[in-house]
Design a binder for this molecule. Structure first.
Ligand SMILES: Cc1cc2nc3c(=O)[nH]c(=O)nc-3n(C[C@H](O)[C@H](O)[C@H](O)COP(=O)(O)O)c2cc1C
Length: 392
């Protein structure tokens, strides 16, 4: 991998991140991303840098029921020093059972709860990022989870959005409730549900949360596309660590850049096309190991192609072929057709990537916004907010 010194990044004095008994030397977290942050991708990222690498979200009910997919999601490689699992749930009892299972069976060293999912089929039932609006349910889930996790001395954190929309912000209340319930840290994605992934993350909200919770670590999330963005977020908001999602899609080496920047080094990865092709192939091989099924692994790798080759000179015919690969052999043959000596294209390979979308009216249960506590019908209906959920 070519590593060059690009514009100087002034040294930032940021201590290691403390999450309960855990110390994360580089205060960088790979954001949980359903369909992306499986053990194959985590390994690729980990090989470049330090930090904490969170698995894809798993629903607490599926985990308690021990579905094969949920057990795959929470499986970690033997050399993952901190096994980080993210749970999604809407029912305190089931979330509590899932945390207990992780603790008693020694399956995690860190557990995060997802309160950021903006998907309409989830918020329509009151789940995901709609849930913190109901402070009674939110409190009950977080308290139960913290209590169960504390039995194993496992730090429990939460990840949330700013609120439902600008008129219905929840992050300050939710942050205080979580702090008072004993969480080890809170992470804030600086968008509302209504924004989905559109517009720009509001880092000033992250700064406000940092100020409101002086006694626990606050982690900032949203629109970190480069190591320089991460440093800027820390400077502008005072957060104790950064959570990086889409910025590392197709760029696992971003974790190397982030580690360098946090250590005050100016070195950045600028891979030529050969290095990118090597990484794609290795990613595919690791996916085959993870899924134990070459066809499925190759179908899964297809969505990564546009991210890996963003900004590089790759003709449309080859791009189409790459997005349709069916086997490692076909992938190898297609990668070999690239002009592998093409250099790093600079700015074109950087910047926003992945999900964007546009603002949406938020789908919510009837009368959801009228009260900050649950009524009987909402309490009956919310269990449906845990079926068939994927991602945040
Ligand atoms: C494909 C995809 C899947 C995601 N899945 C999850 C998830 O399982 N749990 C979660 O808390 N957030 C999830 N998110 C949200 C990210 O963790 C992160 O909060 C969001 O992308 C904003 O950060 P970014 O600007 O660095 O991407 C997902 C995002 C994407 C793009």
């Amino acid at each position: 991998m070519t590593v060059v010194a690009t514009p100087p990044a002034p040294k930032l004095e940021l201590p290691p991140l403390k999450l309960g008994p855990l110390t994360v030397d580089t205060p960088v977290i790979l954001a949980p991303m359903a369909g992306i942050t499986n053990s194959a991708f985590r390994r690729l990222c980990r090989e470049y840098g330090g930090g904490l690498y969170v698995a894809e979200m798993v629903t607490s009910r599926a985990l308690v029921e021990r579905t094969p997919e949920s057990l795959r999601i929470i499986a970690h490689d033997d050399d993952e020093k901190v096994r980080s699992v993210q749970l999604y749930g809407v029912d305190p009892v089931t979330v509590g059972q899932a945390v207990r299972m992780l603790v008693e069976e020694d399956r995690a060293d860190h557990i995060d709860l997802n309160f950021g999912c903006p998907v309409p089929k989830v918020t329509r039932r009151g789940g995901g990022s709609a849930l913190p609006w109901k402070t009674d349910l939110f409190t009950s889930i977080v308290r139960t989870a913290v209590k169960e996790a504390s039995n194993g001395n496992i730090p429990l954190t939460i990840k949330m959005r700013k609120g439902i929309d600008e008129d219905h912000l929840t992050y300050l209340d939710a942050g205080r409730i979580a702090r008072d319930s004993g969480v080890a840290a809170v992470a804030l994605h600086g968008r509302t549900t209504a924004q989905f992934y559109s517009g720009q993350a509001d880092w000033s909200a992250i700064a406000r949360l940092r100020e409101a919770l002086p006694d626990i670590p606050v982690l900032g999330n949203g629109d970190i596309w480069s190591a320089e963005d991460a440093i800027r977020m820390v400077r502008e908001t005072g957060v104790d660590g950064v959570v990086v999602g889409r910025g590392c899609q197709g760029r696992p080496w971003l974790f190397g850049d982030l580690m360098a920047a946090f250590e005050g080094s100016h070195e950045r990865h600028t891979p030529d096309l050969r290095k990118v092709a090597e990484s794609v192939y290795r990613h595919a091989e690791l996916m085959v190991e993870t899924f134990g099924d070459e066809g499925k692994a190759l179908r899964e790798i297809r969505k990564h192609m546009a991210w890996y080759f963003k900004g590089y000179v790759v003709g449309s015919e080859l791009r189409t072929k790459l997005a349709m690969v069916t086997s490692l052999e076909v992938l190898r043959g297609t990668l070999d057709q690239l002009d592998l000596d093409s250099p790093y294209p600079g700015g074109d390979a950087e910047g926003p990537r992945g999900r964007a979308g546009s603002p949406k009216k938020v789908a919510l249960p009837k009368d959801w916004l009228q009260d900050r506590t649950m009524d009987a019908e909402q309490a009956r209906e919310i269990c449906h907010a845990e079926l068939d959920v994927s991602g945040g």
